[in-house]
Design a protein around this ligand. Sequence first.
Ligand code: DQA
Length: 146
Amino acid sequence: MNKRILLVNGPNLNLLGVREPSTYGTDTLDDVVALAERTAAERGFDVRHVQSNHEGVLLDAIHAARLECDAVVINPGAFTHTSVALRDALTGIALPFAEVHLSNVHAREEFRHRSYLSDVASFVIVGAGIRGYEFAVSRVIDLVAP
Ligand code: DQA
C-alpha cells in the first residue's frame, strides 16, 4: 500500500475558474487539488496531481501510478469522449479509478453523453462541481483501505 492517490485532470481544466464559470463554477484547479489533498490527508493518504492538455503526458502519469499509487481519480475533460488510449491505460494498470465531471454531462450536448471510461470505472460522479472530487477521493480510499 503506497497510501497515495493519483489525481488526473485533463485538457482545459487548467482554466478552471475563468473557463465558462456558469458551467464549471468559479473554483480554480488549485482549489480542486487542495480539496483532494485535504480529503486524502484525513485518511492518511497523499495526492499526486497531474494536469495536462497533452494526452501522452496523462498516459505516462497513469502508467507511473501502477506501482506507486493505490487508486486514481480522473476528470479526463474532453478526452472522456474520444480516448480509447486513456481507457486502455486505466484498465492496463488495473487500479480502481473514479471518473469525475464537474458538470452534468448528460444534460449537455449529445457528444458528451458517451464516455470511453464509465463502464470500466469503479464509479462515476457527474454534476456535483468540485465536491465530486471530494467524494471520489474519499470513496476510492474506502475501496483500497476498507
Ligand atoms: C468535463 C466535461 C467534458 O465534457 C468537458 O470536455 C470538460 C470538462 C467536466 O468536468 O464537466 O472539459 O469533464
